[in-house]
Design a protein. Structure first.
Lengths: 310, 359
């Protein structure tokens, strides 16, 4: 294994990690407010197709990113309408959203399959920093989406744990009636959180089609939205731990086919199971651990709030 | 009054509807319907089939229709076929491997309809047959071009699944590479995907990181080519001419041309001579071909490729003619012999010059 291969492995780890992190952060925000949204896959697909199609139309990747975020947020709001406003079962609505999002994305993108990209996000050049051996290519020559993910991680942490708004969001997820009694609009907070989460999933989808592989294909999300859902549990609803998990899962994605080029003869079919096996083991570990300790999950997660049922 | 006019209108409309259903179509006219596994798009597997449909329609003058993105292994396929048959279509093309068993069953149910399946291994000798192409012929030629383009002598091959079709392609490609450049090696990365641009792009990137300066592939996406373009390396595409996606990297591509075969099947169906057999098209009949070679490739290489192409077409050269050694150095094809179609269809080992495991 040569140096360039190893650098390439870590470069891909960071880039896949950021892809997962954007979507997982969004899911974490929604769950912190008490809304489980299993539609991440569908929201990513909508973000991916919207970003690509708008880039084709406008030729501007930043306009495309904004449109992708808006598309993700819209699909998120749809989930919010069903679960927050109508009080529908969150798991069912989320799953429907995945199916709806994937189908709608395939329909919207029908004419764009195989088209060369209209615009792409070029890697950020940090000047002399980008020339540092190892750290340069791995950290300072990445797509703008990678830095967006890092910034969003800090912003999320700050807003959720250092502001009154964050306190209200977390209250809505721990005990909706308490938040309501404190004078917060639970409906408003939860809708905003789900929309924000959808926007971040949309950005993650746009990362696929505007930067990582600038093209649209039906099924381009390929299950990565589900990894993001698992990451939230893996990271125990903490932005820092979710980031560590994102890098770890990013490493498994990067290793999937690279292991062969390192001369390790290991079935790629088994390797492609790695992220999912890791997810299952983490779920098992967490459920064993939480027998003795309180679960790190928001207490009101998945429970619809109706004022008269207080 | 308004009501009466509306009623009259309804009667007239229903009458025209009945009339159009009864008479205007020629009952015996051949009509061909195509079921595609992916969206038509702009490049790739399904695009190549749709180009073939359009060419066959123009050549035969027969009415054609298609439905795209029909998943394998669901009831959708049969429903679409029944719909088409209801509308009078009597030739059905299914262009994905996974349609095979459904087509076999439908062929038994509708003996008057011709079912032609692409890429499978079943046929019934009457109205259900199979069409595929000897893609290894242009793959060999594309290998010659790749062999001339590498200076690191390491070529990355982003491969789909370890099945005979893919392994045969890698072998033919490698034999072509080593005819021009005996020192070059072809390293295989399995992606276990037919279409996942992220994985395919990253696999190409892994080979580029390792020092490969030419990337070949066997999937439908153009992701590998885009990574090669970004790295300043070269790329051998597949399925259709994908040069628009990576204009600087694109060397050439082994491509499908389904037009002649589809026109032939439609002609046989019209004449009642379709036999439901196995058809393995070649460069000689135009089912497979090599896309134009990049203009910066050396003229002597282009001439050598043209000569080999002619020899393959006239039968004086076969990509799998001996002596050929297997990857482990044992004799795969002895000098003076040529691999049989049966052996080619079941090939499970790599030839010398390939790095990696054949599954």
């Amino acid at each position: 294994m040569n140096e360039a291969s190893l650098i390439g492995l870590f470069e891909a780890t960071v880039s896949f990690g950021a892809l997962l992190y954007l979507a997982a952060l969004g899911e974490m925000i929604a769950e912190k407010a008490g809304i489980l949204n299993l539609g991440v896959e569908g929201m990513m697909a909508m973000g991916a197709v919207t970003g690509f199609v708008v880039a084709l139309q406008t030729g501007n990747p930043w306009v495309a990113l904004v449109a992708a975020v808006a598309a993700g947020a819209m699909v998120g709001l749809l989930h919010g309408f069903f679960t927050v406003v109508l009080g529908a079962e969150q798991v069912v609505s989320g799953l429907s959203l995945t199916i709806l999002g994937l189908g709608l994305a395939a329909f919207v993108g029908r004419g764009s399959v195989g088209e060369p990209a209209g615009a792409e996000m070029v890697s950020v050049d940090w000047g002399p920093l980008s020339d540092i051996p190892w750290a340069g290519p791995i950290l300072f020559a990445q797509s703008p989406f990678v830095y967006l993910a890092v910034i969003m991680g800090f912003v999320t942490w700050f807003v959720l744990w250092r502001t009154r708004l964050g306190l209200a969001v977390r209250a809505a997820g721990e005990s909706a009636s308490t938040a309501d009694a404190a004078g917060h609009s639970v409906v408003g907070i939860r809708l905003a959180a789900v929309a924000t989460g959808g926007g971040l999933a949309g950005a993650s989808g746009a990362y696929l089609t505007l930067s990582l592989t600038p093209q649209w294909a039906d099924g381009i999300v390929a299950g990565r939205g589900w990894i993001a859902v698992a990451l939230v549990i893996f990271g125990a609803w903490r932005p820092g731990r979710v980031a560590v998990g994102a890098l770890l899962f990013g490493l498994t994605l990067a290793l999937k086919t690279r292991l062969q080029t390192f001369g390790v003869d290991f079935s790629p079919i088994l390797l492609s199971m790695l992220p999912y096996l890791l997810t299952i083991s983490v779920l098992v570990a967490i459920s064993i651990r939480s027998r003795n300790r309180p679960s790190p999950a928001p207490a009101a997660l998945g429970i619809a709030y109706r004022r008269e049922e207080r | 009054m308004r009501r009466r006019i509306a009623g009259l209108l309804a009667v007239v409309l229903s009458l025209t509807l009945v009339a159009s259903a009864c008479g205007s179509d020629d009952e015996d006219a051949t009509k061909a319907a195509f079921i595609y596994v992916g969206p038509v798009g702009d490049a790739g597997w399904t695009y190549a089939h749709d180009q073939g449909r359009a060419a066959a329609a123009a050549e035969t003058g027969v009415e054609t229709a298609y439905v795209e993105a029909v998943p394998e292994g669901t009831a959708d396929f049969g429903n679409h076929v029944r719909d088409f048959i209801d509308q009078g279509y009597n030739v059905i093309f299914g262009t994905s491997f996974g349609y095979m068993d459904d087509m076999e069953a439908l062929a038994a149910e509708f003996p008057d309809v011709v079912f032609d399946h692409v890429s499978g291994y079943k046929a019934n000798g009457t109205n259900f047959g199979n069409s595929f192409g000897r893609m290894y012929e242009p793959r060999y030629l594309s290998g010659m071009v790749a062999g001339s383009a590498t200076s690191s002598n390491l070529i990355g091959y982003v491969a789909a699944f370890p099945i005979p079709e893919v392994i045969r392609g890698i072998n033919a490609f490698t034999l072509g590479v080593r005819e021009i450049n005996p020192a070059a090696q072809v390293e295989v990365v399995w992606t276990s995907t037919w279409f996942d641009p992220v994985v395919e792009g990253d696999s190409a990137q892994a080979m580029l990181d390792k020092g490969a300066d030419v990337i070949a592939m066997h999937q439908d996406s153009t992701a590998a080519g885009e990574k090669a373009e970004a790295a300043g390396a070269r790329w051998v595409a597949y399925n259709s001419d994908m040069s628009a996606h990576a204009p600087a990297a694109h060397l050439t591509a082994p491509v499908w041309d389904w037009g002649p075969r589809y026109a032939e099947v439609i002609g046989q169906a019209t004449a009642g001579t379709y036999e439901g057999g196995y058809y393995w098209g070649s460069m000689a009949d135009g089912t497979v071909d090599l896309a134009p070679i990049a203009s910066d490739v050396d003229a002597s290489v282009v001439a050598a490729v043209a000569e080999r192409k002619q020899q393959i077409i006239d039968g004086s050269f076969h990509p799998f003619q001996g002596p050929i050694n297997a990857q482990d150095g044992s004799v795969l094809v002895a000098a003076g012999e040529t691999m049989s179609d049966g052996d080619m269809l079941g090939i499970g080992v790599f030839v010398e010059g390939v790095v990696g495991s054949a599954g």
